[in-house]
Design a protein around this ligand. Sequence first.
Ligand code: PLP
Length: 395
Amino acid sequence: MLKPNTHYAELKTSYLFSTVIEKTEEYKANHPDKKIYRLGVGDVSLPLCDAVIKALHGAVDDQASKDTFEGYMPECGKPFLREAIAGYYKNFGVGLDTDEVFVSSGACDELADIIDLFDLSNTALVMEPAYPAYVETNTLAGREILHIKSDESNGFIPLPDENIKADIIYICSPNNPTGVVFDRPTLKKWVDFANSHGSVMIFDAAYEIFIEDEKFPHSIYEIEGARSCAIEICSLSKTAGFTGTRLGYTVVPKDIIRGGMSLNVMWTRNRLSKTNGVSYIIQKGAAAVFTPEGQAQIKDNIRVYKNNARMITDALDKVGIWYTGGKNSPYIWVKCPHNMKSWEFFDYLLNRAQIIGTPGAGFGECGEGYFRFSAFGDPEDTKEAAERMKELLKE
Ligand code: PLP
């Protein structure tokens, strides 16, 4: 008789967004005349930029002709795109070989697959509150997870200490959900910790495009020593609006050797087993993101989201509510006023101002009492939501 993977029963966080949707639908059914202002989910609201659309159309036409038609893709990505991504890293002073860059169909998929590189006896360290994929993928694999909590006392940025015994270390910067960004000295501490313990860091840089202050690195490889301990996972989802188009990239440097094995060679082998590559059309669209025209256009969109973030943080400043993020990040992590619990604040905002956000409790235990706003919403709706918050929360 087949025995299912019973670790599925251990998953908890998947209720978060479905409960948000359920509660919103219920409210809408009871108040059909009310408009809802969505500052909740992390999906983007602006379309793909012109440079990408042109490249996608061109690639579709390529598929119509025998001379330009493309079939199966190289498993690790087309050389033109791997080169374009390696070229992008030069902006941060980071030199990568083309075969250290792997094209993927998105960061979420990569977070799920990358743990194939590690034996099940390794432990994973997750800094809470956290993007749910780190815990969920390791839970499903049956791996032991160590949670370190962060809170206002450490600015939601945990530091390594000698009591920590972890083999796989997840760091997300700029962070989802807290919006905090790890600075260079803090990342250096984690890199030194990983190298000295033989651990491997999974650095999630999905929101790097939002960094504007020099003191924060865009890539972990800006930190000395990272090439021998860190894998970086990134995505065009938030950078260029590819949430529905799907493309990401992963960097596995050749310097990471564990147990005499090269993780770069292993990951290349993994791709040969597990994928037949990302669609040619999408890779052509993605390459356009890295052209000067594409970069200028995606930055115009990022400016819109940053302006949304500013409208939200201005409102919070006005009513004196504590928060992190919002400047080098699209997320704003708010302390619920009057000691409300996360779901209590959700109901309060929905019922009193028709604003939807994301309860912090859904990102792990230490998110209780906090709330996440996203700057990816429609600018007009965000403006109105900010006004409503100023009015409601001054009470
Ligand atoms: N990593 C973080 C921190 C995210 O917030 C997200 C999506 O919200 C992802 C990864 C997944 O991105 P993708 O759309 O590339 O799968």
